[in-house]
Design a protein around this ligand. Structure first.
Ligand SMILES: [Zn+2]
Length: 85
C-alpha cells in the first residue's frame, strides 16, 4: 500500500506515532496508521489534501480496512478475556 508524493513522485509512508502506540497498544497503532498523516523522505509531511482525489479514495478504503482490522482485533481480545473468566 504505497502512495506517491504529489510533489516529487517518490513513495510516501504513513507516519506512525510512538506516543499512540504506547497509549493504545496495537489497536492505537492501527488507528494512527489509518488516520495519521503521510510523510515523504524528501518533502517531509504531506497533508491528505495534497493528494489527488483518486488517491484519497484509495487511502480511505485502506483506512477503513485498518479500522475494521482494529475493531476485529479488539472484539477478539474482549472475547478471549471474557472466555478466561
Ligand atoms: Zn516528495
Amino acid at each position: 500500500m504505497a502512495y506517491q508524493c504529489p510533489r516529487c513522485g517518490d513513495p510516501v509512508s504513513r507516519n506512525y506515532s510512538r506516543t499512540a502506540q504506547m497509549a493504545g497498544g496495537l489497536v492505537g497503532a492501527l488507528f494512527m496508521a489509518a488516520f495519521g498523516s503521510f510523510g515523504c523522505k524528501k518533502c517531509g509531511k504531506i497533508s491528505r489534501g495534497e493528494f489527488p482525489a483518486e488517491v484519497r479514495n484509495r487511502m480511505l478504503l485502506g483506512s477503513v480496512g485498518l479500522v475494521v482490522g482494529a475493531v476485529v482485533l479488539f472484539v477478539v481480545v474482549i472475547g478471549v478475556i471474557a472466555a478466561l473468566r
